[in-house]
Ligand binder design. Structure first.
Ligand code: SIN
Length: 509
C-alpha cells in the first residue's frame, strides 16, 4: 500500500507514539538521543494523564518504606502482581518524584516544607503526592509540556494518530502508519518505536477516559503478533460522577481518603455491608458494591458535606466544577456516583525494561502490561508505573543504538462506522463491565465476530475482542474481573498471555 507521505526518522531518533505523561517523560529522559513524539491532538488535549486527579504514589513519608508500598501493591493485585515489578516501582518511585519536582511540578507541601502525602484506598500509609487537591495530572502535564517544547532534542508532531504498526512479518517493527486530520496516511519509519498511547476506557459507554482511548496499541500490537497480557483486567473506578456526561467526570478516591463516605438514596451508609475496610476497601470491591446498590434501585451517592464541605472549591476544584456544572452542589448534597471504566491493567506485555516481544518495539504507561498491577491496580500507582518505566526505557535506549533498519509494511486499520462503535460501547459496559457472565460475554463475542466480518478488523473491535475472549476464558473472579457465574477465585493465580502469528492482512514487506 502506498502512503500519502513518508516521514523517515534519523537513524538515532526514537519514535514515541503518544504524548501523555509516559510519552513526554520518556522523551525528556532520552536526551541527548533524539525523540519524535506523535500526538493525535495538540499537546495535553485528549491525554488521560492530564485528567488524573489523585496523584502519584511513592513511599516518601517518614513512616513509610518501599517494601510496604510493594506489599500493598501486591495485596491489591489479587495474586497476579509480579513481585519483582512491584518492588521495582516502589523502590524507584521516590527518585522519579524528585525528577518531576526538578521539572517544575508543584506538588503540595506541608508548612515545614515536606511533600504533603494523602491516603487513598488500600494504601497502608499516606503516600500520594498531590497538587492542589485534585489537579495532579493537569499540573504534571503542564510542567512536562513546557519542558518538551523547550527541549532541542524533541520534535513533536501534532495531528497524527497511529492506525497500525509497520512490521517486517517476522516480529520486527520499523515505525507506525498514521492518519492525519485530513485522513491522509503518513508512514513514519523508525528503528525504535515506543507505544505510549493510553488505554481502552473509550470502548465502554461509561468511562472516565477520553472517548478516543479505544485500545489502538492493544490492537496494533496483537495484529503484528506481539504478546498481549491480561486483557480481561479492566479497572472500574467506583465513583465517576453520574451526571450523564460522556466521558464521565471523576470524583477522586482522595475524597474518601479525606473522610467522605458512600450512601444510598435514603442516606444509609452501605459499604460496611460489603467489606470490613468500608469506604476505603479496594477499588474493585467498592465498584461492585456501588453496582449492586444501583442495580437494586437504591442508588449510590458520595457524601462529602462534612468531610470537605465549604472547602470543596479549594480542596477539590475539578470535582467541584464538574458537580456545579450539573447543578449538584457537593457542599450541600451528596454527589450521584456510578462505576466507570477507568484503567486497563492488561496491555502489550513488556519486560522489566519496557521491551515487548517484538524487536524494535517498546511500550509504556497504560497501554503496557508490566505486571505491576495484576488484577486490580492500587490507587495512584499508574502515574508511578508510567514514570518508572519511561525512565527505564530511556536508560536502555540511550545506550542501545544498534537497532537495524527493517523492510516493513502495514495497512491502515479499517474504521468502523460510528453507530457500530456506539453499539460496541453499550455492549462492553453491559456485558464486559463490572459484572460479567458467560452468556453476556458469548453474545458479545458473537456480535464482535459479525462486526469484524462486516467492517474489517477496526482497532476498537480487535481490542474489544481481546478483552472479551480473555474474560470468557477466565472462569473465576479475581480483582477487576468478576464473573457472576464463577464468583470465587480459582485455586491458582495465573496471568493471561496471548500471542498469535501476525495477521495475514495481505501485506508483504
Ligand atoms: C483517583 O483519583 O481516584 C484516581 C486515581 C487513580 O486512578 O489512581
Amino acid at each position: 500500500m502506498t502512503s500519502d507521505e513518508v516521514l523517515r526518522l534519523p537513524d538515532d531518533a526514537v519514535l514515541i507514539v503518544g504524548a501523555g505523561l509516559a510519552g513526554l517523560f520518556l522523551a525528556l529522559k532520552l536526551a541527548p538521543r533524539r525523540a519524535v513524539v506523535l500526538s493525535p491532538s495538540p499537546l495535553g488535549e485528549r491525554a488521560a494523564s492530564a485528567w488524573a486527579q489523585g496523584g502519584l504514589a511513592a513511599a516518601l513519608g517518614p513512616d513509610d518504606d518501599p517494601e510496604l508500598h510493594a506489599e500493598d501493591t501486591i495485596a491489591a493485585g489479587a495474586g497476579l502482581v509480579d513481585p519483582v515489578v512491584a518492588a521495582l516501582i516502589a523502590r524507584e518511585g521516590p527518585a522519579r518524584v524528585l525528577d518531576l519536582l526538578a521539572l517544575g511540578v508543584p506538588f503540595d507541601t506541608t508548612d515545614d516544607g515536606h511533600l504533603a502525602l494523602s491516603l487513598e484506598a488500600a494504601h497502608s500509609r499516606p503516600r500520594v503526592a498531590r497538587v492542589k487537591g485534585d489537579l495532579a495530572g493537569k499540573a504534571i502535564m503542564e510542567a512536562l509540556i513546557g519542558a518538551t517544547r523547550a527541549a532541542a532534542h524533541i520534535d513533536v508532531r501534532e495531528g497524527l494518530a497511529m492506525s497500525a504498526l509497520l512490521h517486517d512479518g517476522h516480529g520486527g517493527v520499523g515505525g507506525a502508519l498514521c492518519v492525519d486530520k485530513d485522513n491522509r496516511t503518513v508512514r513514519v519509519e523508525a528503528r525504535e518505536t515506543v507505544l505510549a498511547v493510553g488505554g481502552v476506557g473509550g470502548l465502554y459507554r461509561v468511562t472516565t477516559n477520553p472517548v478516543s482511548a479505544q485500545g489502538v496499541a492493544l490492537a496494533a500490537a496483537a495484529h503484528i503478533g506481539a504478546t498481549i497480557a491480561d486483557p480481561e483486567f479492566v479497572q472500574f473506578h467506583p465513583t465517576a460522577i453520574d451526571i450523564a456526561r460522556d466521558p464521565a467526570p471523576l470524583a477522586t478516591e482522595a475524597l474518601r481518603g479525606d473522610g467522605a463516605f458512600l450512601v444510598d438514596r435514603a442516606g444509609r451508609r452501605f459499604m460496611a455491608d460489603y467489606d470490613a475496610q468500608g469506604d476505603l476497601a479496594a477499588r474493585d470491591i467498592v465498584a461492585r458494591a456501588i453496582h449492586s446498590e444501583i442495580a437494586a434501585g437504591r442508588g449510590a451517592f458520595l457524601d462529602a458535606r462534612t468531610a470537605v464541605g465549604a472547602h470543596f472549591p479549594d480542596m477539590f476544584p475539578t470535582v467541584f466544577a464538574a458537580c456545579m456544572s450539573a447543578g449538584v452542589d457537593p457542599r450541600a448534597m451528596p454527589i450521584p456516583v456510578a462505576p466507570a471504566a477507568h484503567y486497563h491493567m492488561g496491555g502489550v506485555a513488556t519486560d522489566l525494561w519496557g521491551k515487548t516481544s517484538a524487536s524494535g518495539l517498546s511500550a509504556v504507561g497504560e497501554c503496557a502490561s508490566t505486571g505491576a498491577h495484576g488484577a486490580n491496580r492500587l490507587a495512584s500507582n499508574s502515574l508511578l508505573e508510567a514514570v518508572v518505566f519511561a525512565w527505564r526505557i530511556a536508560e536502555r535506549l540511550r545506550s542501545d543504538t544498534d537497532a537495524p533498519p527493517r523492510k516493513t509494511a502495514a495497512r491502515p486499520a479499517p474504521c468502523a462506522p460510528s453507530d457500530v462503535i456506539d453499539t460496541l460501547r453499550k455492549r462492553m459496559s453491559a456485558h464486559a463491565g463490572v459484572v460479567r457472565d458467560a452468556q453476556g460475554l458469548s453474545e458479545t463475542a458473537g456480535w464482535l465476530a459479525d462486526a469484524i466480518a462486516a467492517h474489517g478488523a477496526a482497532n476498537p473491535l480487535t481490542a474489544a475482542q481481546l478483552i472479551v475472549t480473555a474474560a470468557l476464558a477466565r472462569r473465576e473472579s479475581r480483582g477487576g474481573h468478576f464473573r457472576r457465574d464463577f464468583p470465587a477465585p480459582g485455586a491458582t493465580a495465573v496471568r493471561t498471555f496471548l500471542s498469535a502469528p501476525p495477521l495475514a492482512d495481505g501485506v508483504t514487506p
